[in-house]
Design a protein around this ligand. Structure first.
Ligand SMILES: NC(=O)c1ccc[n+]([C@@H]2O[C@H](COP(=O)([O-])OP(=O)(O)OC[C@H]3O[C@@H](n4cnc5c(N)ncnc54)[C@H](O)[C@@H]3O)[C@@H](O)[C@H]2O)c1
Length: 301
């Protein structure tokens, strides 16, 4: 999107952290913003902020759980009736669970994948037909993480969901580019947020978990986010810049260059070295040519 002024954004998880940072950046750029969040206290805090800076009418709060498909459709209807057509959809709501993936329960899997991946699926499914219908173009921004490239001993289900959000976003941009809809994936590092409080929004029907939470670790995690995390506003402004430039990857943190290089170097070094048969090479060349042809037609609307 070259110009966001007067356009409407819908941000899930918009009441806190990165989503709130995006809401601030979008509002400052003249957008009307729906802040959709499961936590009423986060919605209230966000609204207080916008009232304080004299922009109460630029934002509209909707309490919604992104895993509830019917509620997401109702939130989209409410957005259109309050602000009109939506142009920018940020599927950002996320939670984290710091446990050992090998010991995880089905409830752990269902909750973490349900919000972090299912929430993005539901946002895409809810809004693509609406963007398509108004035909004015639009932009979908999915929040992944540096954990969509980098894994470690902690937060394995989260990592799994974030890799999937990156894959979903890459595939989606091919599907929707011909409709005038662009796609970005946001991959932040540490942001000052309340994600360490995720347990507060864990639903009771998915409560069975592998072990008690390590409260000391969670306290250190909270302290780390506040002390070392990027401010949500800085991260939100970088997201806005990426949207205006139509970047597919929106990286907010510069400190991952070497680790990304290590990951890709390891993958490249693991590729077999023999010459592939001609037929297979021709197939892959053809596939890549089609992909490049499609990409050459993409525009920033
Ligand atoms: N904080 C970080 O260091 C960091 C790093 C990389 C990626 N991220 C990603 O950024 C996104 C935003 O997280 P954050 O760090 O700003 O945390 P946050 O907790 O401050 O904000 C997330 C918001 O999502 C809401 N939410 C949670 N479950 C929901 C649900 N089912 N339906 C609707 N809303 C729900 C929460 O109430 C909260 O307001 C997440 O996708 C997260 O994975 C965060």
């Amino acid at each position: 999107m070259r110009d966001v002024t007067g356009k409407v954004a819908f941000i899930t998880g918009g009441g806190s952290g990165l989503g709130f940072g995006m809401a601030q950046a979008f509002c400052a750029a003249g957008m009307k913003v729906v802040i959709a969040d499961i936590r009423q206290d986060h919605l209230d805090q966000a609204l207080e902020h916008f009232a304080r800076i004299g922009k109460p009418r630029s934002v509209h709060p909707i309490r919604v759980d992104v895993t509830d498909r019917k509620a997401m459709a109702e939130a989209a209807d409410e957005t259109e009736s309050v602000f009109g057509r939506v142009h920018l959809v940020c599927n950002n709501a996320g939670i984290n669970l710091f446990n050992d993936i090998a010991a995880a329960t089905y409830d752990d899997w269902d909750w973490v994948l349900g919000v972090n991946l299912g929430g993005v699926v539901n946002g895409v499914h809810t809004f693509i037909p609406r963007l398509r219908k108004h035909g004015e173009g639009g932009h979908i921004v999915n929040t992944a993480s540096m954990a969509s490239f980098i894994s470690g001993p902690n937060a394995g289900i989260y990592t799994c969901a974030k890799f999937a959000v990156r894959g979903l976003s890459e595939a989606l941009r091919f599907s929707v580019a011909p409709l005038g809809i662009n796609v970005s994936v946001v991959c932040p590092g540490l942001v000052d947020s309340a994600i360490y409080e995720s347990d507060k929004v864990r639903p009771s029907h998915l409560a069975s978990t592998s072990g008690p939470m390590d409260t000391q670790f969670m306290t250190r995690l909270a302290e780390l986010h506040h002390r070392a995390g990027m401010t949500p506003l800085e991260a939100g402004e970088k997201v806005l810049r990426g949207i205006l430039r139509n970047d597919f990857y929106i990286f907010t943190h510069p400190e991952f260059k070497e680790e990304l290089r290590e990951i890709f170097d390891e993958a490249l070094a693991a590729l077999p070295t023999e010459t592939p048969p001609k037929e297979r090479l021709a197939f892959e060349d053809h596939r890549r040519a089609l992909k490049m042809q499609a990409r050459a037609t993409w525009k920033n609307y």
